[in-house]
Design a protein. Structure first.
Length: 108
């Protein structure tokens, strides 16, 4: 199983398939073994929870549910569009992710 992920935490992504199609958000967590992502305010589910130290008040809580990496595309900061990404080597030997549409480096 391949665990290398082209999308990292804090990336802006757009959902391209499924019931949440068209929504955008920031990646909160990457689950590499399952090839899934938690995206801010996307794929919300309701959970019935008991009062605990984390949730003083019990009840129905909305939280993000994981979405598969194949259903999202990264948003290029320059193009402001969902794009495929490639890899490029810089002069100093560092490997960075870049936009296939405009060539802009995504990693800082």
């Amino acid at each position: 199983m391949q665990t290398h992920m082209h999308i990292k935490k804090e990336d802006q992504v757009k959902v391209i398939a499924g019931k949440e199609k068209g929504k955008t958000g920031r990646v909160l967590r990457v689950i590499a073994k399952k090839r899934q992502l938690l995206i801010e305010k996307v794929n919300l589910v309701k959970r019935h929870t008991r009062p605990s130290s984390q949730h003083r008040q019990g009840g129905i809580i909305e939280k993000e549910s994981p979405i598969h990496i194949s259903n999202v595309m990264i948003i290029c900061p320059k193009c402001s569009a969902a794009v495929k990404i490639g890899a490029r080597m810089l002069e100093d030997g560092a490997k960075v992710r870049c936009c296939k549409k405009c060539g802009e480096v995504i990693d800082l």
